[in-house]
Design a protein around this ligand. Structure first.
Ligand SMILES: Cc1cc2nc3c(=O)[nH]c(=O)nc-3n(C[C@H](O)[C@H](O)[C@H](O)COP(=O)(O)OP(=O)(O)OC[C@H]3O[C@@H](n4cnc5c(N)ncnc54)[C@H](O)[C@@H]3O)c2cc1C
Length: 448
């Protein structure tokens, strides 16, 4: 059924693209206006002329609970480009070069989580006793009290330092890109309960292709076939509202042109949202997006002269290894001569301010202390990528600053990973926010 109604989407990141795909599926007339010359926002690949290959702006991992993302990829035809683990399985290497394997067995939750951790070699007897308390996090009725942050929650259920170091910190860095004390207890519990409530939800999912091939190219061809348009290099300067703010009337572009649409969706990041409003309107509508704090991710690509020895990395079937006690948290084997390293929370530790050479040297030190047989002379070249505003910090205050997707202005919606989904800054948060906007538009048009 077609509504024939027009929708203007500001921003062509994953939130904007997925909103467009869900709307195009229902025959809305959609146009995305994207400021930059490329779609994808914070999840994209770029072509490196020197290396003659595409690189992702940073390794992206998905998880079994990314249901909205999977729906998006099923519509665009990219779902088969994902690799799913059968069970959660990660190998960690410590600074003493010890390998610890974490594997959830094929049991019902919470037995899978508890048994997996009870067999996790990094933990001693005292830590294992504390593992049993994790049940309290999974059961909604078991935790009474008002908790500020994830660390407070972990202390409440008596998680030991070891358990935090070897299990909770790697998990929290990977999902929230910050330290446990900066993760709101509410968002932490939401993710734990989504991720650990079924075996299939806890598994890691890795793109088998680059980010453009997974998230963008197929979406663009789907949109093209369904009459939607994406205009690149088209920055929006402002959204114009009716005097009483009950209707969004037009979109004003940087070049001074303007268009009107039946519906307008903002899908810009938190750090660009404020600029879409004049000061009075921003204040009247009560937005506080400018108070949200961001966190950086540094990615380092290492290229090897020769094939990387199988025995050097204790990686799993995905070619993924966790490091503990080091600045580098994750290593991904991209091919037999190329590793990609991930450093989360990089601004808080001052790494963002280091030169590329200093970062490279720091990585070499980390790899020497963890990997058997590794020497610097094995490396032929390296590339450092800093994404300064990779994610927002999902602290307790951020709950106040994240607006809902549905606003008091009937035809104006807000999508983006930073809107109030109770999820951290993730692809799934971006797609979920888009879906909420689209569902409301469909409901308004009585298309259900
Ligand atoms: C290095 C890195 C690693 C990450 N790892 C993971 C991971 O492992 N798993 C995971 O789930 N997530 C990960 N993320 C987070 C994930 O990439 C983001 O949550 C997601 O891409 C956000 O999508 P979005 O559409 O909400 O916002 P964005 O991607 O920021 O898109 C917003 C778009 O709006 C455009 N725009 C801004 N202002 C205007 C304007 N005035 N007019 C027109 N257009 C405008 C921007 O150019 C941009 O294209 C990672 C992010 C980075 C950077």
């Amino acid at each position: 059924m077609s509504s024939g109604k027009t929708v203007a989407i500001i921003g062509g990141g994953i939130a904007g693209l997925s909103a467009a795909v869900f709307l195009a599926e229902r025959n809305f007339r959609v146009t995305i206006f994207e400021y930059s010359p490329k779609p994808g926002g914070r999840a994209y690949s770029f072509y490196d002329r020197e290396k003659e290959q595409f690189f992702d702006n940073g390794q992206h991992i998905l998880a079994g609970w990314y249901k909205n993302t999977f729906d998006y990829l099923k519509i665009t035809g990219s779902y088969s480009k994902l690799n799913f683990q059968k069970q959660l399985e990660i190998n960690f290497i410590s600074k003493e070069k010890k390998v610890y394997r974490l594997k959830f067995p094929d049991l019902k939750p919470p037995l899978n989580v508890l048994t997996g951790l009870l067999k996790f070699g990094a933990l001693g007897l005292r830590d294992k006793k504390a593992v049993l308390n994790i049940r309290k996090l999974l059961n909604v009725n078991d935790l009474k009290g008002n908790f500020e942050d994830a660390l407070q929650l972990l202390r409440e259920i008596e998680q030991t330092d070891n358990l935090i170091k070897y299990f909770w910190e790697p998990f929290i860095f990977a999902v929230f890109n910050t330290v446990p004390e900066k993760v709101s207890a509410e968002i932490f519990l939401n993710v734990i309960r989504k991720g650990f409530n079924a075996n299939e939800n806890s598994v890691l999912v890795i793109p088998a292709v680059n980010l453009n091939e997974l998230l963008i190219n197929d979406a663009l061809s789907y949109l093209g076939k369904n009459g939607a348009e994406i205009r690149l290099n088209t920055g929006v300067r402002q959204i114009g509202f009716r005097e009483d703010l009950k209707k969004a009337e037009y979109v004003l572009f940087e070049d001074g042109n303007r268009i009107s649409a039946d519906y307008i969706i903002s899908a810009v990041p938190f750090f660009a949202f404020r600029k879409l409003f004049d000061e009075k309107t921003y204040e009247h509508l009560g937005y506080k997006s400018d108070r949200i704090k961001s966190s950086c991710i540094v990615s380092v690509h290492l290229f090897f002269h020769d094939k990387i020895n199988e025995s050097m990395l204790a990686d799993n079937s995905f070619g993924m290894t966790g490091l503990t006690g080091t600045n580098v948290q994750w290593i991904f084997r991209r091919n037999d001569r190329h590793l990609s390293l991930v450093i989360s929370n990089a601004d808080a530790t001052g790494i963002t301010d280091m030169s590329n050479e200093e970062i490279f040297n720091m990585c070499v030190t980390d790899l020497k202390s963890t990997l058997n047989e590794f020497t610097e002379s094995m490396i032929s070249d390296y590339k450092v990528l800093k994404e300064k505003r990779a994610t927002f910090i999902p602290d307790r205050e951020s709950a106040e600053y994240r607006p809902g997707q549905i606003t008091d202005t009937a035809n104006f919606f807000i999508a983006g990973d930073w809107t109030d989904t109770k999820l951290p800054s993730t692809i799934e948060g971006a797609v979920l926010s888009a879906r909420i906007c689209v569902n409301k538009i469909i409901e308004t048009e009585n298309l259900n």
